[in-house]
Write a protein that binds this ligand. Structure first.
Ligand code: URA
Length: 236
């Protein structure tokens, strides 16, 4: 595909691309005005290639997940719940598994716990749509039981690829299961909260699961400490 066609695709996707004037000479440019081309920041054609490649990888991964039958959880799902939000965000939030509402709507954290998570995100000075949210498991668990080791293993590669694609500057592990899975530990949540961790060189902060906070209002104050630690760690 030639660069001009690529550029037109990107424009159609709503992605603003500025190209150096010398790269556009002689082309029939219905997508970039002369004014834009002369006054804008220069972004290399290689960048356009990278954007396209990343988009292909996201599509491939999302399709793979939607058809996944690697474990028995596929039998009980309405649909897989892939992830949502800004795929280029500095912030990646990782929960445990979709619940009843998430399974129906195909989006993580949309129930009561989701509303509280959205409040927690706002308390960090961010909007829900500006972060990327995913789960350890992409299918709902029956009867809200804990995930089995083989289910976590079967899903692991999907989340790993999501992290590689987002390349976040900070990860929030939401709740015990996410924290223990990401940090490969059996330590209780109380021992994991309150200190910055790292996975694959990315800072990771463990926060209370909003579903737990809904049941234990007294812990809400501690949730604020989690949020502050996350903001401090991000700023470093
Ligand atoms: N709890 C989670 O851990 N993830 C969701 O998506 C919803 C509830």
């Amino acid at each position: 595909m030639d660069n001009l066609t690529r550029l037109q695709y990107l424009e159609a996707m709503g992605i603003d691309v500025w190209v150096a004037k010398h790269q556009l000479q002689g082309a029939d440019l219905s997508v970039v005005s002369d004014e834009d081309a002369t006054t804008s920041t220069v972004i290399d054609v290689e960048f356009i290639d990278q954007v396209n490649l990343k988009k292909d990888e996201w599509n491939l991964l999302q399709n793979e997940v939607s058809e996944c039958e690697k474990c028995a959880l596929c039998e009980g799902r309405t649909q897989t719940v892939f992830g949502v939000g800004n795929k280029n965000s500095d912030w990646m939030l990782i929960g445990e598994a979709p619940g009843y509402n998430e399974d129906l709507q195909g989006e993580p954290f949309v129930g009561q716990a989701g509303l509280l998570l959205t409040e927690m995100i706002r308390a960090m000075g961010l909007e829900r749509g500006s972060v990327y949210i995913a789960n350890i498991l992409k299918c709902k668990l029956p009867d809200e039981r804990n995930p089995k080791v083989e289910e976590i293993k079967a899903c692991g590669n999907y989340l790993q690829r999501q992290i590689q694609l987002v390349q976040p500057k900070i990860i929030l592990a939401i709740g015990r299961v996410a924290a223990q899975t990401l940090l490969e530990t059996k330590k209780p949540l109380a021992k994991l909260r309150g200190i910055p961790h790292q996975i694959a060189g990315i800072p990771l902060i463990v926060v209370y699961h909003p579903a737990y906070l809904l049941r234990s209002l007294l812990e809400k104050r501690n949730a604020w400490e989690d949020i502050q630690l996350a903001i401090e760690t991000y700023k470093q």
